[in-house]
Design a protein around this ligand. Structure first.
Ligand code: V47
Length: 368
């Protein structure tokens, strides 16, 4: 491998990684431009195995999108409907939302992940009560709910500060924030693909506040549309800088752009090679983030399995009832069982480890 790295001018970069030194902006761009995907993957895999060995984390989670009514006009989105009553628009009553959990009373799920549209008319009490109800039904369930974009929207709509919103939702049962809404932080891209939702600084400020209040969070990057290699690296470095301050991010999740049924449908989807490279570069640049997650719904199951050799150590979870990607053309299943997740991780040559939302390892259930 050394000869191969030398051929691509990556020896110095490999040596710095081996010495535990940080990569910089130019290194990131070089990794994106290097034609030898396997050389980049080998470096990322070395970091992955140094941290996690063969361990590959997943959890047993339920996805819930309580409303798709959304005042934002993100060009990549196939899920949102502008107004209540528009064709395909829906908003669950609290009872309907709670029923999604009640129906799964027999399942040992540990997390509910809630992401919604930015609904202009619902009262704040809807969201607080949504969380309270989930905890009444299942007091031990972890509530990973509302992206920073939703938190910013609530603050503006209800005349509260970001901190007040986070504080009140935490009091109602919020346990952590998911990473959605980050897209690409660069102003040039945001102006084009999601100009009317909170900007990068506010997104990061909300995560900073959440971390200060003791909430952990994830952070995502939507790739494979109009962004450049430089903008991808810039995105990762902004995450790394905040993580240096707070240490509150648990996982970085690259999200593969899906082009069906949205205004950017003329763009091709990212290739498997690009997907593997993005996850690998993330592993190498984000030396202070513990986990790189491949969201199998977005990457496809086979590419997610392969990514376990390109820096990835986490496959999200069972993800029942996902809509955002399926409305944008994802052909992946809507859910995997725990047994299927374990099998596909083993088939990729890795060791499955069920975790809770804070990456505490759960003992495997005794065989029936
Ligand atoms: O913010 C929307 C993305 C995100 C499309 O925190 C699209 O554990 C691709 O953030 N093509 C929501 N992406 C999903 C998300 C997420 C997923 C898995 C785990 C976690 C976590 C968070 O979905 C949005 C947006 O970036 N998205 N439409 C699309 N057409």
């Amino acid at each position: 491998m050394r000869a191969r790295l030398a051929r691509h001018g990556l020896t110095d970069l490999a040596d710095r990684l081996e010495a535990g030194l940080r990569l910089d902006f130019d290194d990131g761009v070089r990794l994106f431009r290097c034609p030898d995907l396997l050389a980049v993957g080998w470096l990322a895999n070395r970091e992955r195995e140094r941290r996690h060995g063969d361990r590959t984390y997943f959890n047993h989670n339920l996805r819930l999108e309580a409303t798709n009514v959304c005042v934002a006009s993100c060009l990549f989105c196939a899920f949102a409907r502008l107004r209540p009553g528009d064709p395909g628009a829906y908003t669950m009553s609290l009872e309907e939302a709670w029923d999604r959990l009640r129906r799964r009373a027999a399942e040992p799920l540990t997390e509910i992940h809630v992401v919604n549209g930015l609904h202009p008319d619902l009262p704040f009490a809807y969201y607080a009560e949504l969380l309270r109800g989930f905890k009444r039904i299942r007091p031990d369930v972890h509530l990973k709910c509302f992206t920073a974009v939703e938190i910013a929207f609530f603050a503006d709509l209800y005349g509260m500060t970001d901190e007040q919103v986070l504080g009140e939702l935490r009091a109602a049962g919020l346990d952590s924030l998911p990473g959605g809404g980050a897209e690409i932080f660069a102003e040039r891209v945001r102006r084009k693909i999601c100009h009317d939702k909170c900007d990068a600084d506010r997104y990061l400020a909300i995560h900073r506040t959440a971390h200060r209040l003791g909430l952990r969070s994830n952070v995502t990057m939507l790739y494979g549309h109009i962004e450049t290699a430089e903008e991808r690296v810039d995105h990762m470095l902004r995450v790394r800088a905040l993580q240096d301050e707070t240490g509150g991010f648990q996982a970085f999740i690259p999200l593969a752009f899906h082009p069906d049924h949205n205004p950017m449908r003329k763009l091709p989807p990212p290739s498997a090679a690009d997907t593997l490279r993005v996850h690998a570069v993330a592993r190498l640049m984000l030396d202070n983030v513990d986990h790189i997650k491949a969201f199998w719904i977005a990457t496809g199951v086979e590419v997610a399995q392969t990514a376990l050799w390109f820096g990835v150590d986490d496959l999200d979870g069972t993800v029942q009832e996902e809509r955002i990607y399926h409305m944008a053309g994802a052909r992946t299943p809507e859910a995997l069982t725990v047994a299927e997740l374990r099998r596909l991780i083993r088939a990729a040559g890795r060791e499955p480890v069920e975790r809770d939302s804070l990456y505490r390892v759960l003992e495997p259930a005794p065989a029936a």
